[in-house]
Design a protein around this ligand. Structure first.
Ligand SMILES: NC(=O)c1ccc[n+]([C@@H]2O[C@H](COP(=O)([O-])OP(=O)(O)OC[C@H]3O[C@@H](n4cnc5c(N)ncnc54)[C@H](O)[C@@H]3O)[C@@H](O)[C@H]2O)c1
Length: 317
C-alpha cells in the first residue's frame, strides 16, 4: 500500500503539493489539517483521479495511530508558521511545533512510516558569512520562539532516530515565495508584492535592506519533497533547501520592475539583527537535486495573480 499522509496539507506549501500530485502515484493521499488558518480553498478543484481523503484534525490531540495506519510516508507540514508573531504565543508555538512534531514522530515509528520534517533556515542566527548543515549547535542562534521550537524538534527527531529507529529527513527550508491555492502573504517576498500591488508602502525592517537571507521558490520546495520520496532519501540527515540568497533590496528592485511607483517604509521588528548570511545547499545538490526557481519569475507570477484578482473585481463591480 502506498499511502502518503500530509499534515498541514491545506497550508501554503501543502496546497501547492496536493494540487501537484498525479493519479496512480499513491493508493491514498490523506490530508490532515485542523483548519486553524481557514484555508478551505485549498480543497477546491483538486486534480481528478488522485485518491484524496481529508480529515479535519489537530495533530496535538488526534489519534495519529489510526490516521497513520499503513502509511509509507508522512510529510509533516502542520505548524504555527509565523516567526514574527510567535513572540506573543510562545506556549502555543511550543505545543504545536515541538510537541506536535514529536507526537507525529512517535506515530511514524509505531506505523513504520518514514517522515519528512519541515524545519527552517531561520534557526541560523549565525555571525558567519556562510553557513551549512555542519555548523555546531553553538552556531545555531534561532531568533524567534518559532525558530527555537523547530530547532528543538530537529534535536528530538535525531534522538528518536538514534534510539527508536525513526527513519526521517529534516529539510531546512528558506523563506518561501511563489503562488499556491492556499497562499499567504506574511513573509518577505509575498508580503512585499501584496503591499506594492495594493498601493501600500513596502514595510522593510529597519536593519534588513542590505542583509542577505535564504529564500525558496515554492515549485522547488514541492520538487524537493517529491525528490526525497522518489529517491527514498530518508537518511536521518539534515538538508538546507534554498533557491537563492538575496537581500531585501534585491527583492524590492525586482518588484519595482512590475510596480514602478512602489514606496518603502522602514519599521521595527523583534527579529531584527545585524546579521547577513548565505545558506549553502551543496549537500542537497550533491544528492542530484537541481533548483529551478527564479526570484524574478516568482515575483512576476505573484504580481500577475494579484492583478488578475483586481481586474476580476473591477469587471464584477
Ligand atoms: N512558508 C515558509 O516560508 C516556510 C519556511 C520554512 C519552513 N516552513 C515550514 O513549512 C511548514 C508549512 O508551512 P506553510 O508556509 O505551508 O504554513 P501554513 O501556515 O500556510 O500551513 C500550515 C498548515 O498547518 C495547519 N495547522 C496548524 N496547526 C495545526 C495543528 N495543530 N493540527 C493540524 N493542522 C495544523 C494550518 O491550518 C495550515 O493549513 C511549516 O512547518 C513551516 O514551519 C515554512
Amino acid at each position: 500500500m502506498r499511502k502518503l499522509v500530509i499534515t498541514g496539507a491545506l497550508g501554503h506549501i501543502g496546497s501547492r503539493l496536493i494540487h501537484n500530485l498525479r493519479p496512480s502515484e499513491f493508493d491514498e493521499v490523506l490530508m490532515v489539517d485542523d483548519l486553524s488558518t481557514q484555508r478551505y480553498s485549498s480543497l477546491f478543484r483538486l486534480p481528478d483521479g488522485v485518491p484524496y481523503r481529508f480529515v479535519e484534525a489537530d495533530i496535538t490531540s488526534a489519534d495519529l495511530g489510526a490516521l497513520f495506519r499503513e502509511a509509507s510516508v508522512v510529510i509533516h507540514l502542520a505548524a504555527i508558521a509565523n516567526a514574527a508573531g510567535s513572540f506573543d504565543i510562545q506556549e502555543q508555538v511550543e505545543q504545536v511545533n515541538y510537541e506536535g512534531a514529536v507526537r507525529v514522530a512517535h506515530a511514524c515509528i509505531a506505523a513504520s512510516a518514514k517522515m519528512i520534517f519541515l524545519s527552517t533556515t531561520s534557526i541560523y542566527g549565525t555571525q558567519e558569512e556562510t553557513v551549512d548543515e555542519d555548523c555546531s549547535p553553538e552556531q545555531l542562534k534561532p531568533q524567534s520562539p518559532y525558530a527555537k521550537s523547530k530547532m528543538r524538534a530537529e534535536q528530538e527527531l535525531q534522538a528518536l532516530g538514534d534510539k527508536r529507529g525513526l527513519r526521517y529527513v529534516t529539510c531546512r527550508f528558506g523563506t518561501i515565495y511563489g503562488t499556491s491555492p492556499g497562499m499567504r502573504f506574511h513573509t518577505a517576498v509575498n508580503k512585499f508584492v501584496w503591499q506594492a500591488s495594493v498601493g501600500q508602502p513596502i514595510t522593510v525592517w529597519r536593519t534588513a535592506l542590505h542583509q542577505k537571507r535564504p529564500y525558496l521558490e515554492l515549485g522547488d520546495a514541492v520538487r524537493a519533497l517529491r525528490f526525497i520520496i522518489a529517491n527514498d532519501r530518508f537518511d536521518n540527515r539534515i538538508y538546507n533547501v534554498v533557491t537563492d540568497n538575496v537581500t531585501v533590496n534585491d527583492i524590492v528592485q525586482t518588484i519595482r520592475e512590475f510596480v514602478p511607483d512602489l514606496r518603502i517604509e522602514f519599521v521595527d521588528s523583534r527579529i531584527m539583527n545585524q546579521l547577513s548570511y548565505t545558506v549553502l545547499v551543496d549537500k542537497f545538490r550533491s544528492l542530484g537535486f537541481g533548483f529551478e526557481g527564479e526570484l524574478r519569475e516568482g515575483i512576476r507570477e505573484t504580481v500577475m495573480l494579484l492583478r488578475g484578482a483586481r481586474a476580476a473585481a473591477r469587471s464584477a463591480a
